[in-house]
Design a protein around this ligand. Structure first.
Ligand SMILES: CC(C)(COP(=O)(O)OP(=O)(O)OC[C@H]1O[C@@H](n2cnc3c(N)ncnc32)[C@H](O)[C@@H]1OP(=O)(O)O)[C@@H](O)C(=O)NCCC(=O)NCCS
Length: 125
C-alpha cells in the first residue's frame, strides 16, 4: 500500500489504475482482498504500449470462491469500457497454481516469454 501510495503521489494520473479494495456485495463492506493495475497502459511486464496488467490478492479465508477471477474480469471490463484497452498482460510465477488457474479461466494464453522468472500471458479482446 505504501508503494502504491507513493506512486500515485508522484504520478496522480495513475490513480484510477491504482489500488482498490475487493469487497463483498453481501455482507457489504467486508474487504476480502485488493487489486490494482501495474499502472496505465504501457506499464506491463513486456512494456507493450497498448496493454495493461492487473495484479490482485485475495485474503486466504476467501480463496477458491471465484473472487480473483471475477475481480480480474471486472478490471478488464472497466479498462475496455473507460479507456478502450483491448490487450492485457499477466505474469505469474510457475509455482503459483491458483493464479495460473485464474489465467486459464480468463482465457489468457502464454506468449512464450519469461520475465524475472514469471511466465507471461496475454489476452486480446
Ligand atoms: C492467486 C489468487 C489471487 C487467487 O484468488 P482466488 O479468489 O482464490 O481465485 P479464484 O477462486 O478465482 O480461482 C482460483 C482457482 O485456482 C484453483 N486452485 C486453488 N488452489 C489450487 C492448487 N493448489 N492447484 C491448482 N488449482 C488450485 C481453485 O480451485 C480455483 O479454480 P476453480 O474455480 O476451477 O476451482 C490468491 O490465491 C492469492 O491472493 N494468492 C496470493 C497473491 C497472488 O499470488 N496473486 C497473484 C499474483 S500473479
Amino acid at each position: 500500500m505504501r508503494f502504491r501510495r507513493d506512486q500515485v503521489s508522484e504520478r496522480p494520473a495513475w490513480l484510477p489504475w491504482s489500488l482498490r479494495a475487493i469487497v463483498l456485495r453481501d455482507p457489504a463492506r467486508v474487504m476480502v482482498g485488493y487489486a490494482n493495475f501495474h499502472g496505465p497502459p504501457g506499464v506491463n511486464d513486456l512494456g507493450r504500449p497498448d496493454a495493461a496488467e492487473a495484479g490482485y490478492t485475495v485474503f486466504e479465508p476467501y480463496r477458491s470462491r471465484g473472487f480473483a477471477t471475477e475481480t480480474a474480469q471486472a478490471m478488464m471490463d472497466w479498462a475496455a469500457r473507460e479507456h478502450g484497452v483491448r490487450h492485457f498482460i499477466s505474469g505469474v510465477a510457475p509455482n503459483n497454481a491458483p493464479s495460473l488457474r485464474v489465467n486459464d479461466k480468463l482465457s489468457f494464453a502464454r506468449t512464450g516469454d519469461v520475465v524475472d522468472g514469471e511466465i507471461i500471458f496475454e489476452l486480446r479482446r
